[in-house]
Design a protein around this ligand. Structure first.
Ligand SMILES: Cc1ncc(COP(=O)(O)O)c(C=O)c1O
Length: 465
C-alpha cells in the first residue's frame, strides 16, 4: 500500500458521517413542525451559493455545514407526512439508511462479477417484486431512474420483439426502412409515456389514440383493429383519478392479435401488492411489460424506477453490449444487460431494504392505509359541501372549491399556509386541487390536520369571493 495515498481517515470520516447523521436526523425531525413549503425567507439566500468555484480545497465538514445551512431550510418537505403534491412518497427508514450505506459502498452495479454483493441484493429484490406484484414467474426486470426510463426500457424491448417477429433487427439496423409499428395509447396516457415513445423513434404524435371514459379509463369498445407489428400501451393509475384501464377486457383481445401489451403503472401497479386493492388491476398480469416507480409509492429515495418484461431475453436483446475490457460469458445475471446505462448506482439496494423491512403485510398496510386516507380526505371535503370530481378508487382525490378562479386561490392559499401542500390540475375541463396520498409517514392525524387547514383556507377564500 502506498502510504502517500490520501486516505478517507485523514478527513475524520466517523466525525463527518456522524455530523451528517445528526444534521439529517434533526432535519427529518423538524418536518412535522415546519411549514411544508420552503420558507420564502430561506429561498432568497440560496443566491449566495452562486459563488465562483473556490481556488483551493474546503474541509468536508464546512461543505456539509454550508449545504445544511442554506439548502435544508429551502427544501420542500416532501419527506414529511403532509406533502400531497404530484405523486411523491417519502423515504422509509430502512430505505434511507440503506441508501447511506450503499453510498459508502459506492458500488458500480453494472457487473455481477465486480460487485457481487449488490448484484445479489438486486436480483433478490427483483424476484420479490415479481412475486408481490403478481407478474408472470419468469418476468425479468431492471432498475432504472424512474417511470419515464422504465417505460423507455420496456418499450425498447417491445420494439425489438415486434420488429424481430416481422423479420427486422432494430438494434442492428435502426428504424430507417423498418416495417412500421402501430402504437396505440389511451387519451389519458401520461406525457412521459409519449416522451419515451419519442426517444425510441416511435414518435410522440405518431400514435393511435383511443378515447377514455369519464373516469379516465381506455374505452375497450374503441380499440382499433390490431394488425401487423403493434404495441398497445395501457395504464395502471391515472395521474388525476387513480383509475385503471380495463386490462381484463383489452389484454385478451390484444394478445390474441399478437400485439405487445405494455402497462405504465408508475404508482398504480403497487395496488397488486395489497389484497384490498389488487382487484383494481385484474388482468394486468396478461401484459408483456410493465413500468413502475419505487420512488413514488414504495417510498424509497430518488431516483428509482422499475421495468419488467415477461419474455426472457427481450430486455437484454435491446440493452446488452459487449466490449473487450468487460467480462464476457458471465454465469450470474449481469445487471447492465437489462438497463440503458452501463455504470449506475446500486439503487436496488434501497428497494430490497424497503421490501425486507415491510414484508408482505407492511406493503399491503402502506398502500391500503394511504387509500383509506384519500377516502377520508374526500369524505371530509364533501361533507363541507365541496365537490369531489373523481371516484376515489385509489390514493388520488380531485376537489373543486367552486369556480376555476376560486379553486386556484384555495390551492395558492393552502400552499402558502404550509400545513400541507397540494397542487392543481384540470380534469375534463374542470379546475381541481389534487390530493395525492403516497407517504409511509402520513398518519390519520396528519389527514385530519390537513383537511381542517383546507376547509379553513377554503372558507376564508370563499368569504372574500
Ligand atoms: C402514470 C405515470 N407515468 C409516468 C410518470 C413519470 O414518472 P417519473 O417522473 O418517475 O419518470 C408518472 C409521474 O407521475 C405517472 O404518474
Amino acid at each position: 500500500m502506498n502510504d502517500d495515498a490520501p486516505r478517507a481517515t485523514t478527513v475524520a470520516m466517523p466525525t463527518l458521517l456522524g455530523d451528517a447523521a445528526q444534521r439529517s436526523a434533526a432535519y427529518l425531525d423538524s418536518l412535522g413542525r415546519r411549514p411544508v413549503r420552503p420558507d420564502p425567507a430561506a429561498v432568497l439566500p440560496l443566491a449566495r451559493l452562486d459563488e465562483p468555484l473556490p481556488e483551493s480545497p474546503t474541509d468536508p465538514a464546512s461543505v456539509l455545514a454550508l449545504l445544511d445551512e442554506f439548502v435544508s431550510p429551502a427544501t420542500m418537505a416532501t419527506a414529511g407526512p403532509r406533502f400531497f403534491g404530484f405523486v411523491i412518497g417519502g423515504s422509509l427508514p430502512a430505505a434511507l439508511a440503506a441508501n447511506w450505506l450503499a453510498g459508502a459502498w459506492d458500488q458500480n452495479a453494472c457487473l455481477a462479477k465486480v460487485t457481487p454483493g449488490v448484484a445479489q441484493v438486486e436480483a433478490v429484490a427483483l424476484r420479490w417484486l415479481v412475486e408481490v406484484l403478481g407478474l408472470p414467474p419468469r418476468t425479468e426486470g431492471a432498475f432504472v431512474t424512474g417511470a419515464t426510463m422504465a417505460n423507455f426500457s420496456a418499450l425498447a424491448a417491445a420494439r425489438y420483439v415486434v420488429l424481430s417477429r416481422a423479420g427486422w433487427n432494430v438494434e442492428a439496423d435502426g428504424l430507417f426502412g423498418a416495417p412500421p409499428i402501430t402504437v396505440i395509447v389511451g387519451d389519458e396516457a401520461h406525457p412521459t409515456l409519449l416522451k419515451s415513445l419519442g426517444l425510441l423513434g416511435l414518435g410522440r404524435n405518431r400514435v393511435v389514440r383511443v378515447p377514455t371514459d369519464r373516469r379516465g379509463r381506455m374505452r375497450a369498445d374503441h380499440l382499433p383493429p390490431l394488425e401487423g407489428p403493434t404495441i398497445v400501451c395501457l395504464q395502471a393509475g391515472n395521474i388525476n383519478t387513480g383509475e385503471f384501464d380495463p386490462f381484463g377486457e383489452i389484454c385478451p383481445v390484444a394478445r390474441a392479435a399478437g400485439a405487445w401489451l405494455h402497462v405504465d403503472g408508475a404508482f398504480g401497479l403497487w395496488a397488486r401488492a395489497a389484497p384490498q386493492l389488487a382487484p383494481l388491476a385484474d388482468g394486468v398480469e396478461l401484459a408483456d411489460s410493465w413500468a413502475t416507480d419505487a420512488h413514488k409509492w414504495l417510498n424509497v429515495p430518488y431516483d428509482s424506477g422499475l421495468a419488467f418484461v415477461r419474455e426472457p431475453g427481450a430486455l437484454p436483446a435491446a440493452m446488452a453490449i459487449t466490449a473487450e475490457y468487460l467480462p464476457a460469458h458471465q454465469v450470474e445475471r449481469s445487471p447492465a444487460d437489462f438497463t440503458p446505462e452501463l455504470s449506475r448506482r446500486a439503487r436496488g439496494v434501497e428497494v430490497w431494504a424497503a421490501l425486507r423491512s415491510l414484508g408482505r403485510s407492511g406493503l399491503a398496510e402502506l398502500f391500503e392505509r394511504n387509500c383509506r386516507q384519500a377516502r377520508r380526505f374526500a369524505a371530509l371535503l364533501a361533507a363541507a359541501g365541496y365537490e369531489i370530481l373523481n371516484d376515489v378508487v385509489l390514493n388520488q382525490v380531485l376537489v373543486s372549491f367552486g369556480s376555476p378562479d376560486t379553486t386556484q386561490r384555495v390551492i395558492d392559499a393552502i400552499q402558502a399556509d404550509g400545513t400541507c401542500w397540494c397542487g392543481g390540475t384540470v380534469w375534463q375541463g374542470r379546475k381541481a386541487m389534487r390530493i395525492s396520498v403516497c407517504s409511509w409517514a402520513t398518519t390519520d392525524a396528519d389527514v385530519e390536520l390537513s383537511a381542517m387547514a383546507m376547509l379553513r383556507v377554503a372558507r376564508c377564500v370563499g368569504s372574500r369571493s
